[in-house]
Ligand binder design. Structure first.
Ligand code: SAH
Ligand code: AVI
Length: 321
């Protein structure tokens, strides 16, 4: 059985209008990363996941391949809620382990992209006979209350891929506090975090040789053109990604190659970009286990277990209230 609940009504599409009006009128221009993920952006992200330089996806998958059975045995999970689920390829490892353990009842994918929720739901009900899929199209910063009430069994809320790193530190803790409130005693948070490492490895992952990350980054401008009737010239910006060692995060920006005026007709706004002016489009924080534990503790969560790969590139952790 499949249900899809949509919390993003037309006209309120991911709060793009508000974020553009707010973010492009600041002295240091900025847009939140959730606007990358229209259908094209989700496809570009899937291509990023397969790039040789982009190690997080394959590393997290390897950890799950080795440990999914163990995670399911420890949690006894009947239900998997997945935030920012995207195309849930890695989640299948958890669903398989839950099915094999005989506990699997419901999967709740939650994503801002309606396209990926519908596609995932369609595929999963075919592949897991008897599975209830309750998709939520929503913004996990605003709509956590759209997660359906839990049944009797234990629930695991998974937040994979390192997407937690895309929050600024203040909003990260606020978000984790909200998550903590939605966990019951036996429930667990399964969190994927990218780890601090050699800056050269990090910078290569966000500056791939095929230019897929550059296309993904510029896609936010195409989203503004389509949804807000703007006239961004994608060729007039270049992709920038660098590791900020002090903040311990990758920062992605778009740099204007020439001075220009961009008209955003739906908002009745014209935005000026100076030569080489930059627009921040994403941060991707990298963690140490110590900082992860501190963030979780500050949010009312207890770090119970950390699973990592032999090179300590990526960590999957289990936390409880
Ligand atoms: N979990 C997958 C996908 C990660 S990409 C993986 O590990 O590979 C990040 C996903 O989060 C995308 O599918 C994007 O659409 C979704 N997303 C980003 N910001 C969001 C938000 N504010 N609310 C809900 N989903 C969001
Ligand atoms: C979804 N998120 C964890 C990715 C990341 O690595 O921060 C998004 C991404 N941006 C560029 N490449 C991948």
């Amino acid at each position: 059985m499949t249900t899809v609940e949509c919390r993003l009504r037309a006209g309120e599409e991911r709060s793009l209008a508000y974020d553009v009006a707010d973010g492009l009128t600041r002295p240091f221009k900025e847009l939140p990363p959730k606007h990358f993920y229209d259908t094209e952006g989700s496809k570009l992200f899937d291509r990023i996941c397969g790039l040789p330089e982009y190690y997080p996806t394959r590393t997290e998958r390897a950890i799950l391949t080795a440990r999914a059975e163990d995670i399911v045995a420890r949690t006894d999970a009947a239900e998997l809620v997945e935030l920012g689920s995207g195309m849930p390829d890695k989640s299948r490892l958890l669903l398989d382990a839950m099915r094999d353990a005989g506990t699997l009842e419901r999967y709740v994918p939650f994503d801002v992209s309606e396209h990926v929720i519908r596609l995932a739901a369609e595929r999963l009900v075919d592949d897991y006979p008897g599975l209830e899929v309750h998709g939520v199209v929503g913004d996990f910063e605003r709509h956590l209350d759209a997660i359906p009430p839990a049944d009797d069994g234990t629930r695991v809320i998974a937040f994979l891929g390192g997407t937690i790193g895309n929050f600024l530190p203040g909003s990260r803790r606020k978000f984790l506090r909200g998550l903590a409130r939605s966990l019951r005693g036996g429930d667990r948070l399964l969190l994927g975090t990218d780890l601090v490492k050699d800056p050269a490895v990090l910078e290569a992952a966000y500056n791939d040789s095929e230019g897929v990350t550059a296309a993904f980054n510029k896609n936010v401008l195409a989203v503004c053109n389509r949804e807000l009737d703007a006239d961004f010239d994608l060729d007039a910006f270049e992709h920038v990604a660098f590791y900020d060692r002090q903040q311990e995060w990758i920062e992605m920006r778009l740099r204007a190659l020439a001075p220009q005026e961009v008209c955003i007709r739906a908002l009745g706004m014209t935005v000026h970009f100076a030569h080489r002016e930059e627009l921040r489009t994403e941060i991707s924080a990298k963690f140490t286990i110590k900082r992860l534990g501190a963030d979780l503790a500050a949010s009312g969560l207890e770090l119970r277990e950390v699973l990592t790969d032999p090179d300590e590139l990526f960590a999957l952790s289990l936390a409880r209230r």
